[in-house]
Design a binder for this molecule. Sequence first.
Ligand SMILES: [Zn+2]
Length: 66
Amino acid sequence: MVCPNCGMENEAGVSECIVCGTPLSTKEISIKETKTDNTISNILIIVGILVLLISFGVLIYSFLSK
Ligand SMILES: [Zn+2]
């Protein structure tokens, strides 16, 4: 792992440069993975809310139509 900031060669698996503390590329990849996970969970939450709203609307409609 070569530091993009100072050019220092760090050991593999190190999250930050030992000289200047710049986050190395492995950390950036994990951040991107967390972002994708957040997007998927956000979509699941939105779908869950939509299902709840639709079922709630159906309940109110069937209650009012009686
Ligand atoms: Zn560095």
